[in-house]
Design a protein around this ligand. Structure first.
Ligand code: PMP
Length: 366
């Protein structure tokens, strides 16, 4: 018997708008093959592990003092990485970081959304966008993608011009469908948007498209490009997300961020991981090649496969999607039911994990 266990959620004076909502809940199940949260399947190399341990040990001696509130050294490292990755010269003042890009996105809606404001996204997309909107009391405006899940850029610009949302989310490559939008196609949408446009590039390293960062000079008062170390960098457990924007946007986020939100341990570990970026990112090409193999084999088995530019593949069609998800689980393979009728999403794993998934797919296809 847990103390307080007789009280349930309905007994609490919860905000009306949160009643009946469900929390984000990708199942965390202990099965042999976990391909459900788009992580990098390769653990960090031993040199990186040793470097993180050394850096964290050095910080441990200073844990009685708060960390650098502005995380300047880490932001300088992230700016250098992003400059290298995109060819766009970014300064420390252009970069902000938080505990995962989810926290970055929350800070953006705390500053630019909120009560009496709206945020618009093109669905299906990342399920946390409307959840973070709800948590910050930002009214969510869902807008459609095409039937094949690609984004019609001209139509998107028209919808934004008409709805005039305070914040627009464009996920590129899009989770859970996989397609990305070339930066040139974002231009009309940026021109039409009255407020902020967040391009969520959580999977950018896996994509052949250039980053929207190259549009920053043109739309400094509107564009925010959000990134994460959770996917390509194999740092999901470290919790580090970041963004590139005009310095004034970073000033705005400092009004809502909690002081010392990035611990000394997080800052030191992320900086150590960034020193090994070349080794970690070497997995990206292998994962992209495996994605293409998995997609081709799924198509060969007769599945409908949505073209993907990321480290996951959406496929179908299933008459009973929850039952099919369960068949994979029974075969020891955890994939994701993202709530799109007739479809499931599989994250790309190691070749062995992908083979286990494809073997289970063969059974499912019968
Ligand atoms: N954006 C997108 C599109 C994602 O898929 C994810 C992770 N699933 C995130 C943001 C958040 O990731 P994190 O908080 O780990 O950076």
């Amino acid at each position: 018997e847990v103390i307080g266990g007789q009280v349930d959620l309905a007994d609490l004076p919860l905000r009306e708008d949160l009643r009946g909502r469900s929390p984000y809940g990708a199942p965390q199940l202990d099965v042999p093959v976990r391909l459900n949260t788009n992580e990098n399947p390769y653990p960090p190399p031993p040199e990186l592990v040793a470097d993180v341990a050394r850096a964290v040990a050095a910080e441990a001696a200073a844990l009685h003092r708060y960390p650098d509130r502005d995380a300047l050294a880490l932001r300088a490292d992230l700016a250098a990485y992003l400059t290298r990755a995109t060819g766009v010269a970014l300064a420390v003042a252009n970069v902000w970081a938080a505990n995962g890009s989810n926290e970055v996105l929350q800070q953006i809606l705390q500053a630019f959304g909120g009560p009496d404001r709206t945020a618009l996204g093109f669905e299906p997309s990342y399920s946390m966008h409307p959840i973070i909107a709800s948590g910050t009391r930002t009214r969510w405006l869902p807008a459609p993608r095409r039937a094949d899940f690609s984004l019609d850029a001209a139509e998107a610009a028209r919808v934004v011009a008409e709805a005039r949302p305070d914040v627009v989310f464009v996920t590129s490559p899009n989770n859970p469908t996989g397609q990305s939008l070339p930066p040139e196609e974002l231009r009309a949408l940026l021109a039409a948007a009255p407020g902020i446009v967040v391009v969520d590039e959580a999977y950018a390293e896996f994509s052949a498209q250039p980053s929207a960062v190259r549009l920053l000079a043109e739309f400094p008062e509107k564009l925010i490009v959000s990134r994460t170390m959770s996917k390509a960098f194999a740092f999901a457990g470290g919790r580090l997300g970041y963004l590139a924007a005009a310095p004034a946007v970073v000033d705005a986020l400092q009004l809502v961020r909690l002081p010392y939100h990035l611990s000394r341990i997080t800052q030191a570990a992320a900086r150590a991981a960034l020193r090994h970026a070349d080794a970690t990112l070497a997995s990206v090409a292998a994962l992209a090649a495996e994605r293409d193999r998995v997609a081709a084999e799924l198509a060969g088995l007769g599945f409908e496969v949505v073209p993907s530019d990321a480290n996951f593949v959406l496929f179908g069609r299933f008459a009973d999607t929850p039952a099919t998800w369960r068949s994979y689980l029974d075969a020891g393979v955890l994939i994701r039911d993202v709530g799109i009728a007739g479809h499931l999403r599989v994250s790309i794993g190691t070749p062995e994990e992908n083979d286990a998934f494809l073997a289970a797919s063969k059974e499912v296809a019968q």
